[in-house]
Design a protein around this ligand. Structure first.
Ligand code: CA
Length: 577
């Protein structure tokens, strides 16, 4: 650990510069709430100096108004402190959060850490002791990852790889309560950050490659009691439907989809609009991938690959927008969701935006679910030629339905998607969304035979022999690229080609975009994309965030696969060693 005492730091009247999209809460109300820890009021206000929730605010903008570090002085950024995560081997995907001078983050095997945000000194650490898959640990579809914690009151909440949701005491890291949010022994895992809405902890799960039925659950933050559970796809009609939405959804499925589970897991993106009182979640791919196996008579298979607006008190769906009807390609819509208030064609619109795996950037009315616009952001996109704004449906290419044609085909994007977990960010001054995008292709073919087997991937697809496949088309776009998207016009403003795998992005009031890329933390001019600064951190980065403590603005990122570290930067810091 290296600790730096910063030199002269300018005092800032931050409240004047505060430009959050949500309701402003007076400072005295915030102060009154502080004794109770992180409150609903604090979450709504998203205090400028702090980073209280994974996306910083309920709108999940990953934007901070802090501007002590700006485009003019960012080159003076140096290491303030770093902390080695005493567990390794996993991809780091967490966004740290900071409240009352303490940073909380997660690492490999759902490890939780609490550090003094000013010095990096350890307050506590908690290791849930999850064994490796080879040693009887949980089956995990897509790697040992965790995208972070939630704070509420005097507790820290974390979802674990083995499907548990745990509340820890903020002061000590001691376990307050634990619930198993998934059926024991089933092929679910939890990698997403919990969210807090109206005193409840909201948590989803993953595992659709194995064959599971997606759902999201709300637990009382104080007691861990289940408040509601909302499924994303229908179960066996013979068992009765949980709600009207499931009854309607079942009409878009055929065959005996419930045996494999159907999929539609909620493993990442969520957002909450306190004014509309709607909770938004993104749902995952079909289980198995191949629709002709999953639902032999076709159909849209609601609510796979969809944005769902839920009643936060009951979990019941209010509206849905399906990005990929009848998903055949692992095109999840679990990617990060963001709520924006935009002027579009002269009209004030409250929108939700998403860049799901399928390569289109969607702008949807967040009150009604009406599609406003959808534009291709991926350079390589061959499963569809566009989206019909009137119907909200993609215009698929004839070769895309490989199960129906019986012809294996290379399609873009591949199952990794044109955008995956790395959060995009927003900047209200530039009006741009910063999207870590990628180009890929993959071979899709229907498996001749399919039999569901627990504990292994059940995709219903085949790789075929190399000789049996057509020639793989070359990609036209870069493998990874940072895109600045104007969501009001749904057009690309600029791009920066990358040379490494993406971490997430964060934007600030200092006209900056920070992002993880390869083994670096990079700062760009938010208006132009010009690279202004970078530092080498560990290979494989999470998502940067920023906070202010005792008059100093810090920027932090967790990174590193072989050795994970939390790196925290400030003006006039030291070079990374
Ligand atoms: Ca998947």
């Amino acid at each position: 650990m290296t600790v730096l005492v910063p030199r002269l730091v300018r005092a800032r009247a931050l409240m004047v510069l505060f430009a959050a999209p949500m309701t402003l809460v007076p400072a005295q109300v915030l102060a009154a709430q502080q004794s109770e820890g992180v409150s609903e009021v604090a979450l709504r206000a998203s205090a400028p100096a702090e980073w209280l929730t994974t996306g910083r605010d309920y709108a999940e903008t990953h934007y901070s108004p802090l501007d002590q570090i700006d485009a003019d002085n960012v080159e003076q950024l140096g290491l303030a402190w770093s902390w080695i995560i005493p567990k390794s081997g996993a991809r780091i995907e967490a966004t740290p959060v900071v409240s009352d001078g303490v940073m909380y983050a997660t690492g490999p095997k759902s490890f939780v850490l609490a550090l003094d945000a000013g010095t990096g000194e350890k307050k506590w650490q908690w290791d849930p002791g999850i064994p490796d898959e080879r040693e009887g640990g949980p089956s995990i579809c897509c790697g040992d990852v965790n995208r972070g914690v939630a704070l509420y009151g005097d507790k820290v909440f974390v979802g674990l790889l083995d499907g548990r949701l745990v509340a820890l005491a903020r002061d000590t890291g001691l376990v307050v309560w634990t619930v198993q949010t998934t059926p024991r022994g089933a092929d679910y895992s939890v990698t997403g950050a919990p969210r807090i809405v109206k005193g409840n902890v909201i948590i989803g799960n993953g595992g659709a490659e194995y064959g599971v039925r997606g759902y999201v659950t709300a637990y009382d933050a104080e007691t861990g009691d289940q408040v509601w559970r909302s499924y994303t796809v229908p179960g066996n009609p013979a068992d009765g439907f949980e709600n009207e939405a499931m009854r309607a959804a079942a009409e878009t499925w055929t065959g005996e989809w419930w045996i494999v589970g159907g999929g539609g897991t909620v493993w990442d993106g969520m957002a909450y609009d306190p004014e509309a009182d709607l909770l938004y979640v993104g749902t995952g791919n079909g289980s198995p991938w191949n629709r002709d196996t999953r639902s032999p008579g076709g159909g849209d298979n609601l609510y796979l690959s969809s944005i769902l607006a839920l009643n936060p008190d009951s979990g019941e769906p209010v509206w849905h927008y399906q990005t990929t009807p009848g998903d055949d390609w692992d095109y999840t819509a679990t990617q990060p969701l963001m709520l924006l208030d935009l002027t579009i064609a002269g009209r004030e619109r409250k929108v939700i935006v998403q860049a799901p795996k399928n390569g289109f950037f969607y702008v949807v009315d967040r009150l009604t679910g009406e599609l406003i616009s959808a534009s291709a952001f991926a350079d390589d996109l061959t499963w569809a030629v566009g989206v019909d704004v009137d119907t909200g449906r993609p215009i698929e290419t004839p070769e895309a339905r490989y199960g129906r044609t019986g012809q294996g085909v290379y399609l873009s994007p591949g199952p990794g998607g044109a955008h995956n977990w790395p959060p995009m960010s927003w900047n209200p001054d530039t009006g741009l969304v910063y999207l870590p995008a990628q180009n890929s292709s993959s071979y899709y073919a229907k498996a001749d035979e399919f039999e569901y087997r627990q504990g292994v991937w059940n995709t219903g697809t085949a790789r075929g022999s190399r000789e049996s496949r057509p020639e793989r088309p070359a990609l036209t776009g870069p493998r990874t690229v940072l895109l600045a998207v104007d969501p009001a016009t749904n057009t690309e403003a600029w791009r920066v080609v990358s040379d490494g795998a993406h971490g997430g992005t964060m934007s600030t009031g200092g006209n900056l975009v920070f992002r993880g890329s390869g083994d670096r933390l990079i700062a760009h001019d938010a208006g132009t994309g010009a690279q202004l600064w970078s530092a080498t951190v560990g290979q494989g980065t999470g998502t940067p965030m920023t906070y202010e403590l005792d008059g100093v603005q810090y920027v932090s990122i967790a990174a590193g696969r072989r050795v994970g570290r939390v790196y925290t930067f400030a003006l006039d810091g030291l070079p990374v060693r």
